[in-house]
Design a protein around this ligand. Structure first.
Ligand code: MN
Length: 128
């Protein structure tokens, strides 16, 4: 075993995120596994684009308050300690609440498929 050197925090791509998002890699897939774990830090109002995961995704919220939504469902509020499981292929997004930071661990066993950004209207829909 080894205590691994700390990798630099990376900025989430504007192709896949709205707002400022920072990612710390924890476990990187090594062949033949596709297992990935990352800590994803969302600033207030920041969120992923619509996407799905081959093999699904488990999120564990470590800090703050956020929002998740699957296509065609209501927006759901999440906070520290919540575990959110999204099944294989289910289109969804996740992000911070409008006025709070949110950090979650993302655990996946396959690659994401990215779609359109979550518009401000979609993001704020829970307030209507
Ligand atoms: Mn996801």
């Amino acid at each position: 075993m080894e205590v691994q050197p700390k990798q630099a925090t990376s900025k989430g791509s504007a192709d896949w995120f709205t707002g400022d998002v920072y990612i710390d890699v924890i476990a990187c897939a090594e062949e033949p596994s596709c297992f990935n774990v990352g800590a994803v830090h969302f600033t207030p109002g920041a969120r992923t684009a619509w996407h799905s995961h081959h093999g699904g995704q488990t999120l564990y919220v470590t800090e703050g308050s956020g929002l998740v939504q699957s296509r065609g469902r209501q927006i759901v509020s999440i906070s520290a300690g919540d575990v959110i499981r999204t099944p294989d292929g289910e289109e969804h997004w996740h992000g911070a609440a409008p006025d709070h930071f949110m950090t979650h661990l993302s655990m996946t066993d396959g690659y994401p498929t990215w779609g359109a950004q979550v518009t401000d209207d979609e993001y704020h829909n829970h307030r209507h």
